[in-house]
Write a protein that binds this ligand. Structure first.
Ligand SMILES: [Zn+2]
Length: 279
């Protein structure tokens, strides 16, 4: 079948790694320019300090940063290690998508692979924007929600054993539930603290997870995100890195949980969740 691929094929793994690094480079552009209201397509990449347009060999993901030792070759300005980290992370996540086990879809289809890449890229961009600016742009969230529902339909259409309409229905419903869950949390939070405790963006991001993961995947990723955020906050406070009352963006935890559920599937997390209840 043309929609199937062998995840162990070296060519695909290399292709996934290189594509991931290039998309990571694009994500770096998006998260830099989007908050500054700059166009994502034009002008071409330039150094923010000396404004010189980057040459082709300064634009090679991962390698350029390493060979230039994290500095602009024109003015010597430092290039944040964040660029390198984002490119390597995207590369590894794209590779992991080759072995992903998204519960509602067949994990061997090339369409699922591309869908996973898009999903991971959107989540990564949102996580970085929330970390840097406490901002989950609704335009990116909405794009993510629509593409999640659209891909559910396409994947359902391609795979004989799945009904596209049922999948679209399930994933739309999950998106609505994801959004309403945070509306409810926001309402309860407002009643308790008398001030907005949860940003609107978290609701949109939660809807995005629902549109890609379905209702069970959404429930598991919400649990996982709360768990991760709790763990992070407690250990941060114990180490003295987080002060009481400090605002911590929740988006990155939702994004990490959403990626983890896509890559490892529902069952593994469900077992861990049940184990937690028993112990
Ligand atoms: Zn420069």
């Amino acid at each position: 079948m043309i929609f199937e691929l062998l995840p162990s094929s070296l060519f695909y793994l290399l292709f996934a790694t290189l594509t991931g690094a290039s998309v990571g480079s694009f994500i770096n552009v998006v998260v830099w320019r989007f908050p500054r209201n700059e166009s994502i397509i034009a002008p071409s990449s330039h150094c923010p300090k000396c404004n010189v347009n980057l040459l082709w060999y300064e634009n090679i993901p991962v390698f350029s940063w390493i060979f230039q030792k994290g500095r602009c070759i024109h003015c010597g300005a430092e290039i944040s290690v964040k660029y390198l980290v984002v490119e390597i992370t995207t590369s590894l996540l794209f590779l992991a998508c080759c072995y992903a086990n998204p519960v509602n879809f067949d994990n061997l289809s090339i369409v699922v692979l591309i869908a996973g890449w898009l999903y991971i890229s959107i989540l990564l961009s949102l996580a970085i924007l929330d970390l840097d600016h406490f901002w989950l742009p609704s335009s990116i969230c909405n794009f993510g929600i629509i593409s999640g529902i659209l891909f559910s339909g396409i994947i359902g259409f391609i795979q004989i054993d799945l009904s596209p309409f049922l999948l679209i229905f399930q994933h739309t419903l999950a998106a609505i539930c994801g959004f309403l869950f945070f509306r409810l949390l926001a309402f309860v939070g407002y009643r308790i603290f008398s001030r907005p405790a949860i940003g609107d963006g978290d609701g949109f991001l939660s809807a995005l997870l629902g549109s890609w993961l379905g209702i069970y995947g959404l429930a598991i990723s919400l649990w996982l995100s709360i768990y991760l955020a709790g763990l992070f906050t407690i250990s941060g406070m114990m180490l003295g890195k987080i002060k009481p009352g400090q605002v911590i963006p929740f988006g990155p935890f939702l994004a990490i949980a959403g990626m983890a559920v896509w890559i490892f599937g529902n069952d593994m997390w469900l077992n861990i969740l049940l184990l937690n209840f028993i112990v």
